[in-house]
Design a protein around this ligand. Structure first.
Ligand SMILES: C[S@@+](CC[C@H](N)C(=O)[O-])C[C@H]1O[C@@H](n2cnc3c(N)ncnc32)[C@H](O)[C@@H]1O
Length: 409
């Protein structure tokens, strides 16, 4: 006796189609148009539960899903006016282009405006309390282990180690800069702290933090800039000039601005940094370490605050939670982790104020976050490509982080 599926309803439930669709497949099989294997029971044709039918039902349901999607109408969302308050017209244009051409929301725009900064602080705070904190502690670890060696590199035969400008690239909350600044100040080696960030609101919040910290007596300067476009050469030049000669700089880049990019963009940003550096300056970068066969997890991305941070731009674009499913990927070849949104419907985004329509299709995946791991070899490759060389390259105790120092060749 054949083993039948009990009802069309149960088949429909399992393969996510309606009972009517299942009945249509049975009718088509009877006409010989498709070949589901059927049997008669109590005067009704029923679908036999076997491997052949399971495969075919799966295939048919996939086709039905596609067909349903095609029938579904394209929805159009007009982006929220607030987007134009937060981003400059050029940034809105670049965002629209990035969505259309690269299916990506550039991560750097997430931190701009009050909302982005509030959410970054919330995420950062939650991170320090989660398992992800081991990553954050890694920054302090490197400063603890390597700072003396790093400062020793500034030793000048005539002046000894001079006072140094500490320049934070993509400062965010500047927690590690503050740690580093306090240590340098204790050694009498801190001239000033300079913070650069794409987000003016982030910088405003930071200047308040510096006024309240034990570093009140240290001059603090900040400047808004997009490191993809270049660093503020004149501003940094003025702050490095003194009567006793040039003030050397220790540049810090913690937290992924270089590494949240495609390789050509990483090289571009490093090149922009190298352009403002002098021979005696150093650039210190901390990133996730990539080793073969390493287990890749997403502890930070599993936190609600992670998506809250990334979601608010989606809200301004009008993209709703029911419009996508979330995917995480790791590319072993590129050492690249990505978080993407797979769209479940065709969406048109109307950037009315810049007269631009962005057409997105169901099935396309929008990248909202990406991060590239590094190892000693990739660090060397990037340094070489940008006219720098590696002066220090070290991993932490459990090989989860890599810290490297670059100087101009
Ligand atoms: C992930 S947070 C890291 C913050 C901090 N360095 C840390 O380690 O906690 C990235 C910071 O870099 C800034 N940023 C991102 N891309 C940038 C760019 N292209 N130019 C300037 N700042 C950028 C963001 O606004 C944000 O404050």
């Amino acid at each position: 006796m054949s083993n039948f599926y009990k009802s069309n309803y149960l088949i429909g439930k399992k393969f996510r189609v309606s009972s009517t669709t299942v009945q249509n497949w049975i009718d088509k099989s009877l006409k010989g148009e498709i070949n589901l294997e059927l049997g008669e029971e109590e005067g009704r044709w029923k679908v036999i539960n076997n491997l052949h039918n399971q495969r075919l039902l799966f295939e048919l349901s996939r086709k039905a899903e596609k067909f349903d999607r095609m029938k579904e109408k394209r929805v159009e969302y007009t982006v929220d006016n607030k987007l134009y308050e937060i981003l400059s017209p050029k940034q809105v244009k670049l965002l629209a282009r990035s969505l259309q051409d690269d299916l990506e929301i550039p991560l750097k725009y997430v931190y701009i405006g009050e909302e982005g900064v509030k959410r970054w602080y919330t995420f950062h705070e939650a991170s320090t309390k989660s398992t992800y904190s081991t990553y954050l502690e890694g920054h302090d670890f490197f400063l603890e282990v390597h700072l003396d060696y790093i400062l020793g590199k500034f030793n000048d035969r005539e002046r000894g180690i001079p006072k140094i400008n500490l320049i934070d690239l993509g400062c965010g909350t500047a927690d590690y800069t503050i740690t580093c600044a306090k240590k340098m100040d204790k050694l009498g080696l801190l001239n000033s702290v300079i913070a650069l960030d794409i987000s003016q609101v982030m910088l405003d919040r930071l200047s308040n933090r510096f006024k309240q910290k034990d570093l009140k007596h240290i001059p603090f300067y900040s400047k808004q800039c997009d490191m993809d476009e270049g660093l503020p050469f004149d501003f940094l030049f003025d702050l490095s000039s003194s009567e006793d000669g040039r003030i050397p700089a220790l540049y810090l880049n913690f937290g992924g601005q270089i590494t949240n990019n495609e390789v050509y963009e990483q090289v571009n940003m490093l090149y922009n940094i190298a352009t403002v550096m002098n021979k005696e300056d150093r650039l210190l970068v901390v990133n996730s370490y990539h080793e073969k066969e390493m287990e890749i997890t997403y502890p930070s991305a599993e936190m609600d605050e992670f998506f809250d941070l990334h979601r608010w731009i989606l809200d301004l674009l009008g993209i709703k939670q029911e419009d996508y499913t979330i995917h995480f990927d790791y590319s072993e070849q590129e050492f690249k982790r990505t978080a993407g949104l797979k769209l479940v419907k065709d969406i048109t985004l109307n950037f009315d104020k810049i007269n631009t329509l962005v057409k997105l299709k169901a099935g396309q995946e929008l990248i909202v976050w990406k991060h590239r791991r590094e190892n000693h070899q990739t660090v060397n490759q990037n340094a070489t490509a940008t006219g720098m060389r590696v002066d220090l390259s070290s991993t932490d105790t459990d090989d989860s982080l890599i810290c490297y120092m670059l100087k101009k060749r």
